[in-house]
Design a protein around this ligand. Structure first.
Ligand SMILES: [Zn+2]
Length: 76
């Protein structure tokens, strides 16, 4: 199966036995990134996260013990 990278428009031959290829084939909307672009994006993301000017807009996940400590700390 051939797939075109959405960023650099390079056409790659994908291994049909790989899980990623199957995912791409079963859901055509899913975008394909060539390994080079994926690497470039990953490096930029990591450097942005490490810059300290980047906030995740995700709910904060706390373990039960952390939550318990927080509640007990507020009660005192
Ligand atoms: Zn690419």
């Amino acid at each position: 199966m051939n797939a075109k990278c959405i960023l650099c428009e390079r056409v790659d031959e994908l291994d049909n036995r790989e899980f990623k290829t199957k995912q791409l084939r079963n859901k055509p909307i899913r975008m394909y990134l060539c390994p080079e672009c994926e690497h470039r994006v990953a490096i930029n993301t990591i450097s942005r996260v490490n810059s300290g000017h980047f906030n995740f807009h995700k709910p904060v996940v706390m373990s039960n013990s952390e939550l318990k400590n927080l509640i007990e700390g507020n009660a005192k």
